[in-house]
Design a protein. Sequence first.
Length: 238
Amino acid sequence: MINIDQESTVREIKPKSRRIMGGGGPDVDEEREDVKWPPWLRPLLQTSFFVQCKLHADAHKSECNMYCLDCMNGALCSLCLAYHKDHRAIQIRRSSYHDVIRVSEIQKFLDISGIQTYIINSARIVFLNERPQPRPGKGVTNTCQVCERSLLDSFSFCSLGCKIVGTSKNFIRKKKMSKETDGSDAESLNGVSHWSKKSKVQSFTPSTPPPTALNYRTAKRRKGVPHRAPMGGLIIEY
């Protein structure tokens, strides 16, 4: 008698397959994008700094302006650093109510090429997150690829956050599609769509006939002396 080993035919659905089948799994493209960035970068940009430390609220210096790249557990005050000995900690500063970090600190751990730097208090800094402008100034020839803030010609992004977004494959793909859509729209204005729109308008009202010799003379003829109607001067009494 032959024993048949019956194996289970149930297959484990991996996250990637589950997403394709509509199960709402994680976005594989986003996971791949996170690989080229340090794991602490996104949490850093989402952290609220310059708030009072809950552990050292009674201390003189309890403002949270530090961040541990190894623990990634939120903003820290200077007294909290005692619990993060030998860890990589950076200090966040402020400029015009925006969070900044010195280039000398961040460039040890991150490539900041393409991001515009500024000099504040004799120190070169970069902004953490975007600072969109309502309208670029006159004569501006270069803007941030993400938030369209005015930049010098040699830079592409205004902040660390904008570089993350602007270098992602998803953003580049959407931007390419947007350009192709704009190009097709511009072409359609001069081509088929413009003709179609024009024909739709003309379908509601009669088109203007082409000028002929007769109506051309009529249009050019000057108006003569007005003549009173035959019955215009009569008063009818009842």
